[in-house]
Ligand binder design. Structure first.
Ligand code: 7TS
Length: 422
């Protein structure tokens, strides 16, 4: 038994401590701060994660001692900054096991990655009557860019249905594929349901139809090891800020064979090999897709975040989070009047729920008063909400620094919500 905030809450200790969470928490200074005069309990990790001091320090030190623009300076500072930047590309390559570093493109985040594919792949390969296949559980970032691309090309956006439990219906998915399908774009993990999609199987099915697959890995990469070669995906995207790294930086992986035949995305400096008023030649990949001065410090910070995660070990993080997630699921669902949305067999990271008839925003507000930060709303997945006949849910989402004590505080606050709303 442990005590929290001088009140007594019984906590069942995890069977096996995969890593020392109290040590991990020491790396995140913000976790010792207060919110509404209560201990901050940060459970909005699906929106964005907090940053360890190592990442913050690395960015600060880069600006203090190593900063210059890259790819252009003949002087030492620029050359060293370029080296650091390109080393991070190699680090990302290893992190997701891409075959070559040139398959790693630095983008702003998952949203920009989707837009890049929608603008370049779609511009080149989509003809009138062609189809793009997504699923009901996509984030708006994996819906709207395809709507626009389809509109422009006269193509059709098809949507694979999901079950009441929140799982892709694989037979229906298969039926939705056909000779006109040009791309499947699908989330690895749902940001609302937590469903881990059987992505390798989905890719295999799509490839049997010779259809390439874009995987939105925004909610997957922070929670388990991603191996793009093993998955055999054609494209994979994730955001640095959900991976304990800085905002404004993300990764788009693409198979070399695709990236080489796709036209550039944005254009301007740094993506060209020569420019004249008659003719412009573009650089090789990945530079063809990286116009202008990139988010250099963001890239350095992302590299530092990956180092941080690798030092702890993705396997250890996954095991710890798995235990915490099942504990949280059990404890939250045991609160009378609470209904969890999403019961897929395999889940991670997020738990969406309703509390009696209380509006999700009111749930979020009361929890906020108790120092507990969760998200309430449609989570940028309105079509998914519609599928479940809802307009909003409350959502607690977990990261590597969350604890059973925090789950207990959340549960106690949920009782308070019920008390307040009678
Ligand atoms: N795809 C998924 C599955 C996401 O969860 C998000 C962000 C995005 C794409 C977009 O990522 P960005 O980094 O480009 O913004 N999801 C959330 C969320 O669930 N709450 O806030 C942002």
């Amino acid at each position: 038994m442990r005590t929290i905030d001088n009140s007594v809450i019984k906590i069942d200790e995890p069977k096996e401590a995969q890593f020392d969470v109290s040590k991990v928490r020491q790396d995140f200074s913000i976790l010792t701060s207060k919110s509404n005069k209560k201990q901050l309990v940060y459970l909005d990790n699906a929106a964005s994660t907090q940053k360890p001091n190592q990442v913050i320090d690395e960015i600060s030190s880069f600006y203090k001692t190593g900063y210059a623009n890259i790819h252009r300076g003949v002087y030492e500072l620029s050359q060293k900054a370029t080296e650091k930047f390109e080393k991070t590309r190699l680090k990302v390559q290893q992190f997701i096991n891409a075959k070559e570093a040139k398959e790693i493109i630095f983008v702003k985040g998952t949203t920009e990655a989707t837009n890049l594919i929608a603008s370049t792949y779609a511009r080149k390969f989509l003809d009138p009557g062609d189809e793009i296949l997504i699923s009901t559980m996509e984030h708006h970032a994996n819906i709207v860019p395809w709507q626009l691309a389809c509109e422009e090309a006269g193509a059709i956006l098809r949507v694979a249905p999901i079950s009441d439990k929140g799982e892709i219906l694989l037979e229906d998915f298969k039926k939705a594929l056909g000779p006109k399908t040009r791309l499947v774009a699908i989330a690895h993990v749902s940001n609302v349901l937590g469903t881990i999609n059987p992505i390798a199987e989905i890719i295999k099915i799509a490839h049997d139809f010779e259809v390439p697959v874009f995987v939105d890995g925004a909610q997957a990469a922070p929670h388990f090891k991603v191996d793009v070669q093993e998955l055999d995906c054609d494209f994979y995207a994730f955001s640095g800020h959900k991976l304990y790294g800085p905002t404004g930086i993300g990764i788009l992986y693409g198979k070399k064979s695709w990236l080489e035949v796709m036209p550039p995305y944005q254009s301007g400096g740094d993506m060209i090999s020569s420019v004249s008023f008659r003719n412009t030649q573009f650089k090789e990949i990945p530079y063809k897709f990286e116009a202008g001065t990139p988010h250099i410090a963001g890239v350095i910070g992302l590299g530092s975040a990956i180092n941080y995660l690798e030092r702890i070990g993705l396997e250890n993080i996954s095991a710890y989070e798995k235990d915490l997630f099942s504990y949280a699921t059990q404890e939250i669902s045991a609160v009378p009047g609470v209904q969890i949305i999403g019961e897929a067999h395999k889940r991670t990271g997020v738990i969406s729920f309703l509390v009696d008839e209380v509006h999700a925003h009111d749930v979020g507000t009361i929890l906020g008063q108790e120092g507990i930060s969760i998200r309430a709303g449609h989570h940028c997945a309105q079509p998914l909400m519609e599928r479940f006949g809802l307009t909003a849910t409350a959502r607690a989402s977990f990261g590597l620094y969350n604890t059973r004590e925090e789950v207990a505080l959340l549960v106690r606050a949920l009782y308070k919500v019920r008390e307040v709303f009678g």
